[in-house]
Design a protein around this ligand. Structure first.
Ligand SMILES: Cc1cc2nc3c(=O)[nH]c(=O)nc-3n(C[C@H](O)[C@H](O)[C@H](O)COP(=O)(O)OP(=O)(O)OC[C@H]3O[C@@H](n4cnc5c(N)ncnc54)[C@H](O)[C@@H]3O)c2cc1C
Length: 398
């Protein structure tokens, strides 16, 4: 018996796929929707391994999708958490300059925050010493609307809500091929064929592979950047009152090793940003030849390496030596020592890179007649997730 096609199929049960599913059912409550993921449950990759920060939106290029959707995303996340009793805290964050050069760059960030319509406040070194005694620096920006949340917790809540609304979840199902026909899209999976009228692909670290199946990935490739965290010893659970971020290095999209209060009541430090050989190789345990080949056979990779040689070497050093990692933290906090660093989960970021070796800064979405592919959704995409879903409807992409 041939199976009736679904109205919508979403590949990927991370926060992007699940928030799109949620918004889809708001608009089309009787739609037949299936969500497929290769893992045994939701949020097992980027979404469940990130810093858990609700970014206010200070850093992003004014007018970009990142800037717009991050700002819109903040209240949508906090409203959802309030309504569905998912823990979050608007603890605020300090971006700390430790010398004159950084203080000058901080001015630029302050202006950018204002341009993006974000609440930002300048803080002197003396004011900082009062509100954050463990942190040293010459000046800072306070972003009071930055917060923390458990993104995996949001995803589990969404799965419960969607299941109650009749959505089919098919976990443990690997998508192996996609074919778009005039009236439907055929999804080949490890568990058989699924047909759908509309396909939405939110595959994170595998976004380019799935886009490739439909001829949409000629101009970008996902490169995986490992982010290693440590959990601080229990005596440091309350070492800071805000999140503490360094001033980001120019030209790099990553925000630097930061101190993050977590909703569980402890504090983490991290993440660094090291190119990873495997896209999902969290334990550095096995060599993944197909991922490595996909990286090194891409001309954009070599151009990127050439451009960021010295930053790459420094990151690698910090990955191999706790002392080198600690040096980065000691620039703004000397109260922590190497002995305070306890093992914590690693995350791997999916970063799209173009053929010229540029990291694609903004969110990248591609569309065909019967599919939408979220091709580049790096940070702050978790913060922006509900707003990204709204954007797809508002721009007629769904
Ligand atoms: C270290 C780190 C720190 C970060 N910190 C923050 C932060 O503090 N705040 C913030 O806003 N953002 C942060 N981000 C970014 C944020 O986590 C991501 O932007 C967001 O989680 C992306 O969600 P996603 O659903 O697109 O991807 P993912 O969560 O990676 O989900 C993709 C899903 O697709 C599935 N999939 C892939 N291929 C297939 C296939 N062939 N068949 C079936 N299923 C498939 C995967 O199993 C996975 O479940 C961080 C990211 C990292 C890695």
């Amino acid at each position: 018996m041939t199976q009736k096609p679904y109205d919508y199929c979403i590949i990927g049960a991370g926060i992007i796929g699940l928030t799109i599913a949620h918004k889809l059912l708001d608009r089309h409550p009787s739609a037949r929707l299936i969500v497929i993921d290769k893992e045994t449950g939701p949020a097992q990759h980027q979404t469940g391994r990130n810093s858990g920060v609700i970014h206010a939106g200070v850093y992003y290029t004014p007018g970009s999708l990142k800037a717009t959707l991050c700002r819109k995303g903040v209240p949508t996340i906090t409203d959802f958490c309030t309504k569905h009793q998912v823990a979050f805290e608007q603890c605020g964050k300090l971006i700390v300059a430790v010398d004159k050069d950084e203080a000058a760059r901080l001015n630029g960030l302050y202006e950018r925050g204002l341009q993006n319509g974000i609440q930002v406040q300048r803080i002197s070194g003396a004011q900082m010493a009062e509100i954050e005694p463990a942190i040293k620096g010459v000046s800072a920006i306070l972003s009071p609307t930055t917060g923390i949340v458990d993104y995996a917790g949001i995803c589990h809540k969404l799965v419960d809500l969607l299941t109650a609304q009749g959505v089919t979840f098919q976990f443990g199902t690997v998508v192996t091929d996609l074919r778009e026909l005039s009236d439907e899209t055929i999804i080949e999976t490890s568990q058989g064929v699924i047909k759908t009228a509309q396909l939405i692909v939110c595959a994170g670290l595998q976004a380019d592979r799935l886009a490739d199946m439909m001829g949409l990935a000629d101009d970008f490739r996902i490169l995986p950047f490992r982010g290693e965290y440590f959990r601080l010893a229990e005596k440091h659970n309350a070492i800071v009152n805000h999140l503490i971020y360094p001033v980001p290095k120019p030209g790099l999209p990553f925000l630097g090793v930061h101190l993050t209060k977590m909703v569980g009541g402890y504090t983490t430090v991290g993440p660094n940003a090291v190119l990873s050989l495997g896209r999902e190789d969290y334990h550095r345990s096995f060599f993944q030849p197909s991922d490595t080949w996909r990286t090194i056979s891409y001309p954009g990779f070599w151009k990127l390496i050439n451009r960021f040689k010295s930053a790459g070497v420094s990151e690698l050093k910090r990955s191999l030596s706790k002392a080198a990692y600690m040096k980065e933290v000691h620039r703004y906090c000397t109260a922590i020592s190497v002995e305070d660093l306890q093992p914590y989960r690693t995350g791997i970021r999916a970063q799209a890179v173009d053929l010229q070796g540029n990291m694609i800064d903004d969110f990248l979405i591609k569309k065909t007649a019967r599919s939408v592919h979220i091709c580049n959704a790096p940070s702050p995409a978790a913060t922006s997730a509900f707003a990204i879903a709204d954007h797809l409807f508002e721009t007629g992409q769904l």
